[in-house]
Write a protein that binds this ligand. Structure first.
Ligand SMILES: Cc1cc2nc3c(=O)[nH]c(=O)nc-3n(C[C@H](O)[C@H](O)[C@H](O)COP(=O)(O)O)c2cc1C
Ligand code: SF4
Length: 363
């Protein structure tokens, strides 16, 4: 029996129609080849997710410059030679109704010299205690180059057949560290006031829309809270969301956390149903301030919770990562009437340098 639900109604992101409300939120799969090119395993992974009926698939964070590599086996978007490999992913996904966005990122100070091959970059030289890194404060030239790198990576995404891009402005990575008053201590036009801290993101949006055309969907994954006393909080992120909408952003996925806060974005442990969606309250506050689609996420596992998030207007789409590592066919099962809760127990043992997989399933 096919299930009829608001979750299976289409939604528009800019001019793009996404067939349902399910999003596979960006998930670094640790499966790219060592040079950042797309591997056969990744093609198979994305094909499976599309066959499983996910409306919008967002890739793992792809680096726009090797200085921003966060981990080995990460996908690259920094060179034209990578476009052919990236297009293998979009071709298999588009055999199904699913849409797919490339997440563009730079790790900033959340990496190590060994991984990225240089002294990690940051808006300011603020020590990062989890990676034990004292980053290099970016020069004006570094900032200009980075804006160019993001916009060129956006062009590559479009050439490779992606339906849009997502800028990673969350979790303490470089763009998130620019908008955070804790990690951005600059006194020039790139720091200080909220509009100065957001300037780099605004210029990247402009540059990317310039290289892709303004109708190519561009969404942002936004930190709504850093969980640091001097960091970004929800009041400022609401203001940021309003500015992003004015700048032409087509949707906002609301997340939070930073490694050094001891509270990241991937919370461990199963939650009661009424506590699923640990960033959905923040998404709901942001949704009240903008008219573009808002994505809610954070430990969502239960069909009725997903329905309620959309029906109560807290968000327009529901994003999940681990539930799709556990079972990439979750949406198809829901559609076919199997609406039991995702079996993911949020143990976080899927983070695996040899490629994500559900360790709990194999026990
Ligand atoms: C293995 C793994 C890799 C992830 N990689 C990324 C990433 O590349 N970019 C990103 O924005 N979030 C990443 N996330 C965070 C997820 O997108 C999501 O925000 C978070 O896991 C909470 O959702 P969930 O409870 O449905 O897993 C990752 C999460 C997991 C489990
Ligand atoms: S290992 Fe499996 S059960 Fe544990 S968080 Fe990952 S997907 Fe969920």
């Amino acid at each position: 029996m096919k299930i009829d639900s608001i979750l299976f109604t289409p939604v528009k992101i800019g001019k793009l129609e996404v067939p349902n409300r399910f999003v596979r939120s960006a998930t670094h799969d640790f499966m790219a080849n060592r040079d950042g090119s797309v591997s056969d395993r990744q093609v198979a992974l994305f094909e499976t997710l599309a066959r499983g009926g996910v409306g919008l698939i967002i890739t793992g964070h792809a680096y726009v410059n090797t200085s921003g590599i966060a981990s080995p086996y990460q996908t690259g978007a920094d060179k034209d030679e990578l476009i052919d490999g990236l297009s293998r992913i979009t071709k298999v996904v588009h055999k199904n109704p699913s849409c797919i966005f490339l997440q563009l990122s730079h790790a900033g100070r959340q990496t190590t010299p060994k991984i990225c091959g240089c002294t990690p970059f940051a808006p300011s030289a603020v020590y990062e205690p989890t990676f034990k890194v004292m980053p290099k404060e970016m020069s004006q030239k570094n900032i200009r180059d980075l804006i160019h790198d993001f916009s060129q990576a956006g062009r590559r995404a479009k050439q490779a057949g992606f339906d849009g891009v997502q800028l990673h402005v969350a979790h303490g990575y470089l763009l998130s560290s620019f908008i955070s008053p804790y990690t951005n201590r600059r006194s020039d036009e790139w720091g200080g006031s909220l509009s100065n801290r957001l300037r780099i993101v605004g210029e990247i949006i402009e540059g990317t829309k310039g290289s892709t055309g303004k109708d190519f969907p561009l969404i942002v994954k936004l930190n709504s809270e850093d969980f640091l006393s001097e960091g970004l909080g929800i009041d400022e992120s609401i203001e940021i969301a309003k500015i992003l909408e004015k700048k032409g952003v087509d949707g906002i996925e609301v997340s939070g956390g930073m490694a050094e806060a001891g509270k990241g974005s991937v919370w461990k442990g199963l939650r009661e149903e009424d506590k699923e969606g640990y960033f959905v309250d923040n998404a709901s506050k942001i949704k009240q301030a903008v008219t573009i689609p808002v994505f809610g996420l954070g430990g969502i596992r239960t069909f009725s919770v997903m329905e309620k998030i959309i029906e109560e207007g807290k968000a327009d789409l529901v994003s999940m990562s681990r539930a799709f590592i556990r079972d990439p066919f979750l949406v198809k099962k829901f559609r076919d009437g199997e609406i039991q809760k995702s079996e993911c127990i949020s143990c976080n043992r899927c983070f695996n340098l040899r490629g994500i997989s559900c360790a709990d399933l194999k026990k």
